[in-house]
Design a protein around this ligand. Structure first.
Ligand code: ZN
Ligand code: FE
Length: 326
């Protein structure tokens, strides 16, 4: 079992990223290595700050904020693990750093790394379920990857090195990562948001046309978690934990039958899945227009459910209940 004592915050750019002490760690000696590694990381971040700002041709849109500094785009690789889990690798071509979003299964992740010629440096864990952490220890042993995971579930994340919670920030290869606590599916579930890259890793909180089952939270918990995600920009690309989209689409049209964009999307998904294509990533804007779990305020859905004057939370709970029985 991992000890849970929180030791210290590490550095300005890694606030709230807290190192989990190794088993048997009794003194201060072991602290130096991660501080040194983080120092290098922060130094790397500062080096990139010498780059000129973007959009420098048009002064009206220039701001000198650090987030406007030139950074190479992150590369992503998406593949299937187990039966319907998505594996996602996030790679920074400049530094070579590569993160796996969760670790559902070792072999497909190894295959993807090999195909790309990437070396794993990090695992960003979203929640403790076995289909998201099963390969943690194997990958850590092979690559010495640093595992970051939710503070509220730290004791259940194999091999966890660093914990982070709701509102926490850290940098990955100089890219800002903001952590959003999204209880509902599990009590400590977190999503990873890279605001400057317009990327969200929502795992089992938000799916294309669906949302996670409520194993450890109430409908109210999940609804408030989803509202946090809905506040992000519409052009945010959303990667999610499972290819459940076909069955989600078949359910969605029963709740929101008069939504033409949903009907068109559902038909596209039938076709795409028939051909073996993946439905990830989606965008937040598309989900807000077609995912019934984000649309309890919609008058058409409310009318269809016979809940014209219920609260959004009540309508959400009814939709979730219907999906559980679909
Ligand atoms: Zn799960
Ligand atoms: Fe899952």
């Amino acid at each position: 079992m991992i000890e849970l004592a929180k030791i210290d915050d590490i550095g300005v750019h890694a606030q709230r990223l807290v190192r989990v002490p190794k088993k048997g760690n009794k003194g201060d000696d072991d602290f130096r290595a991660p501080f040194f590694a983080l120092g290098l990381l922060l130094a790397g971040y500062r080096w990139t700050s010498h780059a000129p700002p973007l959009h420098s041709l048009d002064d009206s849109t220039v701001s000198a904020r650090p987030e406007d500094l030139i950074m190479p785009a992150l590369e992503l690789d998406l593949f299937l693990c187990r039966t319907d889990n998505f594996g996602v690798l996030l790679h920074d071509p400049e530094s070579g750093e590569t993160a796996s979003i969760d670790a559902p299964e070792e072999q497909p992740i190894l295959d993807a790394l090999e195909r790309r010629g990437w070396t794993l440096t990090h695992i960003f864990t979203t929640h403790h379920h076995n289909d998201h952490v099963e390969a943690n220890l194997a990958l850590k042993t092979r690559y010495d990857a640093t595992i970051i995971g939710p503070d509220r579930e730290a004791s259940r994340i194999p091999g966890i090195d660093m914990t982070i919670g709701d509102g926490g920030d850290f940098t990955f290869a100089g890219h800002k990562v903001h952590v959003i606590g999204t209880p509902g599916h599990t009590a400590g579930h977190i999503c990873y948001h890279l605001p400057d890259d317009r990327l969200l890793f929502a795992a089992d909180t938000l799916f294309a046309l669906g949302c996670g089952r409520l194993f450890e939270g109430s409908p109210a918990d999940m609804w408030s978690s989803l509202q946090k995600l809905m506040a992000l920009p519409d052009d945010t690309q959303v990667y999610f934990g499972h290819e459940y989209t076909l069955s989600n689409a078949r359910f969605a049209v029963t709740v929101d039958p008069d939504n033409p964009e949903l009907q068109a999307r559902a038909a596209e998904i039938e076709d795409l899945r028939e051909r073996g294509g993946f439905t990830a990533p989606t965008t937040l804007g598309l989900e807000k227009r077609t995912n019934p779990f984000l649309r309890p305020a919609d008058p058409g859905i409310r009318a269809h459910l016979g809940m014209p004057s219920a609260s959004d939370g009540e309508v959400f709970a009814e939709i979730r209940k219907r999906k559980d029985n679909f």
